[in-house]
Every structure is written in C-alpha cells, then in structure tokens.
Design a protein around this ligand. Structure first.
Ligand SMILES: Cc1cc2nc3c(=O)[nH]c(=O)nc-3n(C[C@H](O)[C@H](O)[C@H](O)COP(=O)(O)OP(=O)(O)OC[C@H]3O[C@@H](n4cnc5c(N)ncnc54)[C@H](O)[C@@H]3O)c2cc1C
Length: 330
C-alpha cells in the first residue's frame, strides 16, 4: 500500500493537488469549490458563470486540529491518520484590530458577497477600507453609489507598477469613486468612519485591507506566520517534513514576496503533491499574469507587457478556467 496523503481544503490549491494525484484524500467543510476571483461577479454581474463548483470529497467535514506528532487529523466527526498532509485551508480576513470592527462587513467568501448584494441597494454612502486589488475591484463593481476608498498608504495599488495605479485611479474617478490616500482608519461607527485625517459618512463599511491565512486557532504546534504554515522552498513545513502547505495556507520562508493568487495557488498545489509523493523540486513562483478589473474594464501585465481590454479579460478568466474545467474530470 502506498502512503496516505491527505489534502486539507479543496479550494484552488487543494483541488490542484488532488488533480495531480487522484489517490490523495480530499477533505473540505464545503460541498462546493468557491472560485474566489469570481465572487465579485455575484453583485457586479460582469460574468454569468457561477463561482461555486461541485466536486467530490473523501470527507466533507471541518478540520478542528492536528496532532503533528501522531499524524492524526481531528475532524468534527472523526479522526483520520496520515503519512503526509497537504495544508490548503485558504484565506481569511482579520480586522478585529480596528475600533468598532463590529460595524465592518468582510469580503472574502461567497456568503459575504450574497450579503452585500442584499445590503448595497439599501445604502447611500459606502466606504471601502483598503486600496489594494480587492478594494479597487470592489469599488469598480459597486455602481450608482457614493463610494469612497480609504487607503493608508500614499497611493492605491501600491507595490504594483505605476501604470496600475494610474489606470485604476483614472477609471475609478471617471466612475465617481472618491479615493482618499494617506488616510488610515482609526474607528468605524454605525454611520461613519473616522480616520487620522477626517470623518466620512458611511452606512456600509467594507474591509478590503488584506488577507491572512485561515488555520484553525487550535493549530499552534507548528511554525506559522499570519495563520499560514511556514514552509521551505519544497513547500515543506520547516519543523515537520511530512507536512506540506500550498496556496494561501503557505508562507514561503524565502524573503521574497509571493502574492496570494489563483495562479500561485494552482502551481503550489501541484508541487506540494509532487513533493509529498517523493519529488524534490523547489517552488519557483511565477505569477506570470496580474490582471485587475474596474467595472467592465480589465488591465494589467503579462510578463512585463501592460495590456488592456479584451485580451486582459481573457487572461484573467483563463487562470480560473484552467482549474474549473479540470474539476469536471474528478
Ligand atoms: C474576493 C476575492 C477576489 C480574488 N480575486 C482574485 C483574482 O482576481 N485573481 C487572482 O489570481 N486571485 C484572486 N484572489 C485570490 C485567490 O482567489 C486565492 O489566492 C486562492 O483562492 C487561494 O486558493 P486556496 O486553495 O489556497 O484557498 P481557497 O480557494 O480559499 O480554498 C480553501 C478551502 O479550504 C476550505 N476550508 C477552510 N477552512 C476549513 C476547515 N477548517 N475545514 C475544512 N475545510 C476548510 C474552504 O472551504 C475552501 O474550499 C481573490 C480572493 C478573494 C477572496
């Protein structure tokens, strides 16, 4: 009998691992794979395809904790043993550090988008905390409202080439979005947001200030950073060599910034499985395309080339389609 490899989380990374080795056992608490890059479409109506895709699971259950010494996974309903485990539990948002966080609406899951779809039509002033790619895409998708992006840094889409910031700023201003930079949020109230600079009316405040990993709180006996497993370049936990991590669950201890993206999730899921099967290859992150959408406009880079329009849209959709089409094979 071969080794028992268990994949925890059947999102983009976990499903890519499973597609690489069908004998890997897949565990997820949700019956559907949610395509996070498609969540915004739920209320923007840009695409007609559905972000929830059915896929077979070996166990539909919640991962509660793991005993890394005895190699036992404690699910809600039962315990399962593993020889190798691949952690692919995805992302979450943490905004508890903001005063008044109970008035903030998160945006990271299918259910968040469904809630917002109901709430947005009833609201007048919408504030989005964070001007990264999520804040920018969200602002672009919410039409007909007074939308303000509050960004703590000097510009939106900071860290990306200047052309991204210029293009997004132009498109957002054209669609009436108010962009306020160097405006760190201090407190959120029911009807306003207070920054270090001024107070903004807001009857709906949405957090788009970034993602962390999503490990259950009980997983502590392994090196983690921002709720992600710290791995070496083979995607192996730095303290348990039979534990691998991929996608948003991994923090690669290389000193280089690796984005949380669908392309990275897919390639790291495949490599984590290959290495768990005995391979010895290093992860070479290649986020070859970075496409952003503002309303119905798509722009970004493929390699070093800046593109806009239909070509950009096809590439953004292709990254997701690559995984979606193959899920049907399972
Ligand atoms: C709103 C949004 C928009 C995005 N847009 C883009 C984009 O345009 N382009 C891009 O490249 N990237 C985008 N991303 C990022 C990209 O979607 C993620 O990097 C990618 O989904 C990570 O894949 P993953 O498999 O690591 O995690 P996920 O796809 O989140 O999968 C995690 C899986 O783990 C399961 N799970 C979690 N906890 C448990 C538990 N305790 N027990 C059992 N199962 C559990 C979940 O049900 C889920 O199926 C976006 C992300 C978000 C949230």
């Amino acid at each position: 009998m071969g080794e028992r490899i268990v994949i925890l989380g059947g999102g983009i990374a976990g499903i890519s691992a499973k597609l690489r080795n069908r004998k890997g056992m897949l565990v997820d608490k949700n019956p559907y794979l949610t395509m996070a890059p498609r969540i915004i479409d739920i209320f923007s109506g840009n695409n007609t395809d559905y972000p929830k895709i059915p896929r077979p699971l070996d166990y539909m259950d919640n991962v509660r904790s793991i005993d890394f010494e005895s190699r036992t996974i404690h699910l809600q309903k039962k315990d399962i043993a593993y020889d190798k485990v691949i952690m692919a539990l995805g992302h979450s948002q943490n905004y508890d550090f903001i005063k008044g966080s109970r008035y903030i609406h998160g945006f990271s899951s299918y259910d968040d988008a469904i809630d917002l779809k109901k709430e947005i039509p009833k609201k007048k002033h919408i504030v989005i905390i964070g001007g990264g790619y999520l804040g920018v895409e969200l602002a672009g998708a919410i039409g007909g409202k007074r939308v303000t992006i509050l960004e703590a840094g000097k510009e939106i889409l900071s860290g990306l080439p200047a052309k991204f910031t210029e293009t997004a700023t132009e498109l957002l201003l054209d669609s009436g979005v108010n962009i306020e930079v160097e405006n760190p949020v201090v407190e959120v109230k029911k009807d306003s947001v207070i920054t270090g600079v001024k107070q903004y009316n807001s009857d709906l405040t949405i957090f788009a200030g970034g993602f962390t990993g999503n490990l259950p709180d009980s997983i502590q006996d392994i090196k983690i950073k921002n709720s992600r497993i710290i791995v070496n370049s083979y995607l192996q936990s730095v303290d348990y060599p039979d534990v691998y991590a991929c996608g948003d669950s991994m923090f690669v201890d290389s000193g280089n910034f690796i984005p949380m993206s669908a392309i990275i999730a897919r390639s790291s899921g495949i490599l984590a499985m290959e290495n768990a099967m005995g391979g010895k290859n290093k992860f070479m992150p290649n986020n070859f395309a970075n496409i952003i959408r503002v309303g119905k406009n798509y722009f970004g880079t493929v390699g070093n080339t800046f593109i806009q329009g239909i070509a950009a849209r096809i590439i953004k959709d292709a990254a997701v389609a690559l995984t979606v089409n193959r899920v049907k094979e399972l």
